[in-house]
Design a protein around this ligand. Structure first.
Ligand code: S3P
Length: 427
């Protein structure tokens, strides 16, 4: 794709449904008692991977190609079938980790695999607690890498302190805890996104939250939950950053999920002095939602670390662009998790923006951007990581000249991204 800087940026964007909530709406409804309708379900490669795995486990999912509405007929907590084949999670960590939790509770043989990226991402973080709960789980390279082989069932509750703030790990353990004997508790170093807690509670699970600890007791049934998935703040993020950094911009993004466990980027933008407004605050699918307005802003550098990191984890690469337009050094720290995503995002951010003229230094746990620096066009390869594809596109829209972005993979989470960007540049 070729991108360059539009003279003026005026856009009204409707971002697609939230990826995390979309996965959960399919997985949790798959084991509920009855039928649910999910509207504005994200139709992207990752969510299609989840739907395909659940279908292979016997779940009836009616979701025509290109349709924002899906009907899921749950099989009840104990009704999944053994899949005849390996379950392909594609590029999706959420699919693999949440299904590892769910299938560890089932007395079935399951094999989970994925693409080259997913097969290189850390899986011991879910395998180890599942084994502690009593599941038989094995994986490649000393039980650390997919494919993962699971023979589940007969679980006991555990009190688990997770070494990482990860909603995928937390959710895997909570799903297994729904089936385990006794209480299961998972405590995180910092709070990660809480969509699982909200949705399982709404479905009738016995789940309580106490600070950084979440406790669940076994369930006898889950009620199906029909919902309209709110817009994904991680897909709004490229627009927020583009709007703040572009010299003549006003962008309105409609219906964005503003769950406080996800709004780290809004806090970062405010701290850096960006002009952002939240309008029409309301609730959709048990989650807070607002329309966001962003305008051309003068930015100051900021330091991002600690509890802010999990609240902005997928948006941190974009903070590097903000750093290029801010006065001073912008630091992202405590974010070693960035190296375990669809690609090593510290390396990818430094490589991509470095080629475009950013002055950026990697750290073990993040990066430092020395601002301001003007960006110039380059030929960049996003390495098949959707967040890096969108980062490169935003940088290209702020740079002098034609930037060529290869291997962008935006269809993983935001298939309409390029069309929306073209419309905004014309608009
Ligand atoms: C997700 C949680 C995050 C995030 C990922 C989606 C989820 O991963 O990076 O894109 O849906 O639970 P971790 O929980 O492993 O940090």
């Amino acid at each position: 794709m070729i991108v360059n800087r539009p003279a003026r940026l005026r856009a009204n964007v409707h971002v697609p449904g939230d990826k995390s909530i979309s996965h959960r709406s399919l997985i949790f409804n798959a084991v509920a008692d009855g039928r649910a309708t999910v509207e504005q379900l994200l139709d992207s490669e990752d969510v299609r991977s989840t739907a395909a795995c659940l279908s292979a486990l016997g779940v009836e999912i009616e979701w025509p190609e290109g349709s924002p509405v899906a009907h899921v007929t749950g099989k009840g907590l104990h009704g999944l079938y053994e899949s005849e084949d390996v379950l392909d999670c594609g590029n999706s960590g959420t699919t693999m980790r949440l299904l590892t939790g769910l299938l560890s509770a089932h007395p079935l043989l399951s094999v989970l695999t994925g693409d080259t990226s997913l097969r290189s991402r850390p899986m011991a973080r879910v395998i180890s607690p599942m084994r502690k709960m009593g599941a038989h789980v094995h994986a490649r390279t000393g039980d650390t890498l997919a494919p993962i082989v699971i023979k589940g069932g007969g679980l006991s509750g555990i009190d688990y302190t997770s070494p990482v703030a990860s909603a995928q790990v937390k959710s895997a353990i909570l799903l297994a805890g729904l089936y385990a004997e006794g209480t299961t508790t998972v405590t995180e170093p910092e709070r990660s996104r809480d969509h699982t807690e909200r949705m399982l509670q709404a479905m009738g699970a016995g789940l309580t939250v106490d600070g950084r600890a979440v406790r669940i007791v076994p369930a006898t049934r889950l009620s199906p939950i029909s919902l309209r998935v709110p817009g994904d703040i991680s897909s709004a993020a490229p627009w927020l950053v583009l709007g703040a950094c572009h010299p003549d911009a006003e962008v309105v993004i409609h219906g964005v999920n503003t769950n406080p466990t996800r709004t780290g980027l809004l806090d970062i933008l405010h701290a850096m002095g960006a002009e952002i407004e939240l309008l029409e605050q309301r609730t959709t699918g048990g989650e807070p939602v607002a329309d966001l307005v962003v305008r051309t802003s003068r930015l100051d550098a900021a330091t991002v670390g600690g509890a802010l990191v999990p609240r902005a984890i997928d948006e941190l690469p974009l903070v590097a662009i903000l750093g290029c337009f801010a006065e001073g050094d912008t630091v992202v720290k405590d974010a070693a998790e960035l190296r375990t995503k669809e690609s090593d995002r510290v390396e990818a951010v430094v490589r991509t923006l470095g080629r475009m003229g950013a002055r950026i230094t990697p750290r073990d746990d993040g990066f430092v951007v020395h601002g301001p620096a003007s960006l110039h066009a380059a030929r960049v390869d996003a390495g098949g990581d959707h967040r890096i594809g969108m980062l490169a596109a935003v940088a290209g829209c702020l740079a002098q000249g034609d930037t060529r972005v290869g291997n962008d993979a935006v269809a993983v989470s935001y298939p309409e991204f390029w069309r929306h960007l073209r419309e905004a540049a014309q608009g």
